[in-house]
Design a protein. Structure first.
Length: 366
């Protein structure tokens, strides 16, 4: 099959879950003898290569505005892909749902990964949230198949949009330490810090982590990896924090460094709450982290009782962090169970086979 992947920043993956999925899925489809083109945003890649892991990379521009970066690139990509001989167009991000009339007009078959509840993200204005809700509804009408990455998201689309979806989760690779000396770049020691890797946006709760941490009397550090492309008053609060124990590393794209940070943290704080199976949570579990997760149904579906949960207030998160410090010697059973969940349910090879089945069935029946 000839497959196009649209709606991500592109590969090699350096930024988020969509990109990681595109890379892991795309290279496996290539190994299964399919042709895969990934549409990449030009502005995110200083060095533009023609191929990566067997995938062909196509670079197109985007408007460098918070509300239009993704949408402008996806629109251009769908226009280009609709005029090429693809058998399947895989689209990430339901915000692109209003554009699916384009491939439909050209008789193309589309599969959309619906991800999370984009219209519940606080980073968007009221108009932005309305747009994303309308776009998701449009996707239920225009896409040939919708893919949900969690059972809870499946139920949401069934109940709210009266639309059935295919369940295909993300995957993760089990990891162990290879070079703990990489921690010295940030003045860190194994087991002596809390970690959160995320974009600095309200629905991910990094500012809540900072406020909770300020309640603790401890020598343990808090390491926040990430930031934002478009600064906001929310992210400004984090960058203005003055606690000397806090480490703000900015975005880290070195996978070896990220692995060591995850593997050696005392605990990983997962604050994402806007829905779907979050790749950052999967990778934290795959790295053997003890996880303190935001108490929402999407996180409980994945983590189960292999970690603990916090409410959206700094006092509760501080209490959970304090509990971790006091019970540091008793966390291994949680870590082992988290790793076992990943090994049994969130394997990239299984993910690729599931997508391949959906693509093949769609090609045969339309």
């Amino acid at each position: 099959m000839r497959i196009a992947i649209i709606g991500t920043r592109g590969v090699p993956a350096q930024y988020g879950g969509f990109e990681t999925c595109a890379e892991e899925l795309g290279q496996r489809l290539v190994r299964h003898r399919h042709s895969v083109d990934v549409f990449c945003r030009s502005s995110y890649f200083k060095k533009k290569i023609g191929r990566y892991a067997g995938m062909r990379l196509i670079y197109l521009p985007s408007l460098s505005l918070k509300s239009l970066d993704t949408l402008s690139h996806s629109l251009l990509s769908l226009l280009a892909a609709s005029r090429k001989p693809y058998d399947i167009i895989l689209v990430f991000n339901p915000g692109n749902g209003l554009f699916l009339w384009l491939p439909k007009l050209f008789g193309k078959k589309t599969v959309m990964n619906v991800d999370g509840l984009e219209w519940e993200r606080e980073k968007w204005s009221r108009a932005g949230r309305l747009y994303h809700k309308l776009a998701a509804r449009a996707a239920t009408k225009l896409a040939d198949v919708l893919v949900a990455d969690s059972r809870a998201m499946q139920r949401y689309y069934s109940e709210k949009f009266n639309k059935e979806t295919e369940f295909i989760p993300y995957g993760a690779e089990l990891e162990s330490s290879r070079d703990k000396s990489l921690l010295s770049r940030y003045g860190l020691e194994p087991g002596e810090y809390f970690l959160q890797v995320t974009r600095f946006e309200p629905e991910n709760n990094p500012w809540l982590s900072v406020r909770a941490y300020e309640h603790l009397i401890t020598d343990k550090k808090l390491v926040l990896v990430g930031g934002v492309k478009y600064p906001s008053s929310y992210s400004g609060q984090i960058f203005a924090a003055r606690d000397r124990r806090l480490r703000l590393t900015g975005f880290i794209y070195d996978r070896d460094v990220l692995r060591e940070l995850r593997v050696h943290c005392l605990a990983y704080i997962h604050g994402n709450e806007a829905g779907g199976t979050n790749p950052a949570l999967l990778q934290a579990m795959a790295s053997g982290c003890f996880v303190i997760a935001r108490d929402v149904v999407f996180n409980r579906e994945v983590l189960e009782d292999a970690g603990i949960y916090f409410a959206r207030n700094p006092e509760d998160l501080a209490a959970k962090m304090r509990w971790v410090i006091e019970n540091a010697e008793s966390l291994n059973p949680f870590k082992e169970k988290a790793s076992a969940i990943i090994a049994s349910r969130y394997n990239w090879d299984d993910v690729a086979r599931s997508y391949e089945r959906v693509f093949s069935k769609l090609r045969r029946h339309f």
